[in-house]
Design a protein around this ligand. Structure first.
Ligand SMILES: [Zn+2]
Length: 259
């Protein structure tokens, strides 16, 4: 998809299984939002995005599972095997359907571009105690859980809040902006979204800043990608794509989390 050579040591099937298992444990540990309108809204935007992405790296049945977690931190993530998680706090920052589409397009792009696999493969090479063969044999073994969690980017501190490498973030930004445009969302909203993320202090704590794109670089790159994304957007609109996902009233908003 990017034309870049990738080191991916783990089978797609295994990645899917790990994503599904990780999601199941998040589901059992985390608190899910019971707000029907909120779940419908997030599900509607997610459906518009997953409809336009290639089928590869998605779930077997083509359906993605989308859950809203009752967590005030502004985060969202996507996992191999077709899993998407959105924190309620993400909706304090992503204020419009288009901005939420930008978040989801970005996160789903990490999955499609096999960034989790690449990150895990790099950790495996760096970890002499763990041979490639042992991973192939049983990557889901308990002793590898930390590696899996880190590689997939699962958990409260991963996803939007604790991003991938600079290269991976740039790729997910560009591809994600194209996906949102293909879904009929105005791609300039990706710029608004990341500007809002920068105001709330994301992404990533200080020690991560050196390996991640600065807010400015990210926004410049999204601007540079905009003409290409606008062509996709105009084509999508001409084809009648105009998703109408209604954001419910902001009852869940935690005023302290606002910028
Ligand atoms: Zn990212």
């Amino acid at each position: 998809m990017t034309g870049r050579k990738q080191l991916t040591l783990i089978d797609d099937d295994k990645m899917d299984a790990m994503g599904i298992a990780a999601f199941a444990s998040l589901k059992s540990e985390g608190k899910l939002s019971q707000d029907k309108a909120l779940n419908a809204y997030v599900g509607c935007v997610a459906a518009a995005i997953v409809k336009v992405i290639p089928k590869e790296n998605g779930p077997d049945d083509g359906r993605w599972e989308v859950l809203v977690f009752d967590d005030p931190t502004p985060n969202a993530f996507a996992l191999p095997g077709g899993k998407i998680g959105v924190h309620v706090g993400m909706l304090d920052v992503a204020e419009t359907p288009g901005q939420l589409a930008a978040v989801l397009g970005h996160e789903v792009s990490h999955v499609l571009l096999r960034h989790g696999n690449e990150r895990m493969s790099q950790s495996i090479l760096a970890d002499t105690a763990m041979s490639t063969a042992s991973v192939a044999a049983g990557a889901a073994a308990p002793e590898y859980q930390d590696l899996i969690v880190g590689g997939l980017g699962v958990g409260a501190q991963f996803g939007v809040l604790l991003p991938f490498s600079r290269k991976h973030e740039s790729e997910a930004d560009e591809v994600g902006q194209i996906f949102m445009a293909r879904a009929g969302y105005y791609p300039a909203e990706a710029i608004t979204l990341w500007q809002a993320m920068a105001r709330v202090g994301g992404p990533g704590p200080a020690q991560w800043q050196s390996t991640h794109p600065s807010d400015e670089t990210r926004i410049q790159r999204l601007r540079a990608n905009l003409p290409k994304a606008m062509k996709e957007y105009e084509r999508a609109r001409a084809a009648g794509k105009n998703p109408k996902c209604k954001r419910p009233p902001d009852e869940w908003i935690n005023p302290e989390a606002l910028p």
